[in-house]
Write a protein that binds this ligand. Sequence first.
Ligand code: PLP
Length: 239
Amino acid sequence: MPPISANLQLIRQRIAAAAAGAGRDPAGVTLVAVSKTHGFDFVQAAIAAGQIEFGENRPEEAYAKFGPQSPPVLPSPRLHLIGPIQSRKAEIALACRPVLIHSIDRLKIARRLSNLAQAQGRRLDILFEINIAGESSKAGFSPDELLADLPELLALPGLCSHGLMTIPPLAPDPERARPYFRQLRLLRDDVAARFPQADWSQLSMGMSDDFEIAIAEGATLVRVGSAVFGPREAVISSQ
Ligand SMILES: *Cc1c(COP(=O)(O)O)cnc(C)c1O
């Protein structure tokens, strides 16, 4: 097992330094440790090192590790769902009891999750995933789609919006991600001015290679996997 505790300590220091460098309060940045593909022993090692927030991209895997049947651990981990949710996985996504779904990427899944949540008397805390670079391979609303769909999205009774999420194009140099992070922040500022009835406080952006740049551009949630837990199998990490 990689040195998860030492990795976490180093990442927390780097987050604090990046926040300070941007004149921000480090408490305004939450580290979501992305445990996808790794076993519960990795999660437990992170919990023992004080980590509470975890991210998973597949509902079934998230349920297996963090669902109500998973072994009780204290302090209780908080699950963030960060991957695209297929319609037929909506029930299991709900059953995971995520504290936040970062990846509402289309109107259809928003409607479906809202209906299911409402039927259970619940309201799901969510972010809208934005395909900020307009990549054909990537999920997410385009900025124009988001603006067009927001009146309906914000009226869905089972969802409660808190902001935006993005994954910039893969690039060898993390600096290449900066303009996309900045665009997400500007889009957030724009929708916050147009739809002031909703909460737009959260910006989920930045991963192992670029979280410091994302923090400089306003990230409030960084999703860090391999820098905490080590490399994943190539076939799975490409998802
Ligand atoms: C896997 C994943 C991450 C973490 O990626 P790393 O490069 O390992 O930090 C972040 N966000 C999403 C949506 C992911 O699927």
